[in-house]
Design a protein around this ligand. Structure first.
Ligand code: FES
Length: 163
């Protein structure tokens, strides 16, 4: 299920039950922080401060600690991301294999710079450090799917297959 906004999500009993299940599935509730943030990121495509405050209170943590976690990991974002998150690896092995060419192609095709989201909310383009596919460069992640040895033509095909 996807929610229109964080208020709707935090008022939904099904969502709240999922958070409770997470909190109770660990001996120490605060251990549920990362999966709870994943849950929010998946539902809203970002982790707004309202959810950070909610989960901090539920897990008995300081909101500043939660925010520190959200801003530390690239997999969480405080800004609304597009429906498809395109992550281009910019670390040396992928660069040597052509990731700059891939990135330039995606930037031109989507009219986006790294860190930007398309006006229709479909795509967010970012660059990332090594995503553990160094022998498969240039590596491109599209949401949870890893693509290896991606040429500009491959990128066109991959994007063309998205809804
Ligand atoms: S250097 Fe790109 S995946 Fe490791």
């Amino acid at each position: 299920m996807s929610y229109a906004n964080v208020s709707e999500m935090l008022a939904n009993s099904e969502f709240l039950a999922k958070v409770e299940d997470l909190a109770k599935s660990y001996p120490e509730p605060r251990t549920a922080l990362l999966p709870a943030l994943h849950l929010c990121q998946a539902e809203l495509r970002h982790v707004p401060v309202e959810f950070q405050a909610f989960i901090a209170e539920r897990l008995g943590m300081a909101p500043a600690h939660v925010r520190g976690v959200v801003t530390f990991y690239e997999m969480y974002s405080e800004k609304q991301l597009g429906r498809y998150l395109l992550q281009v690896c910019k670390t040396l092995p992928c660069m040597l294999a052509g990731s700059e060419i891939l990135l330039e192609h995606l930037q031109a095709k989507l009219a986006l710079k790294p860190g930007q989201t398309s006006g229709d909310g479909r795509f967010t383009l970012i660059t990332v450090e090594c995503i553990a596919c160094c022998d498969g460069g240039p590596a491109l992640m599209v949401n949870e799917t890893l693509h290896r040895h991606v040429t500009p033509a491959d990128a066109d095909r991959i994007l063309g297959e998205l809804e």
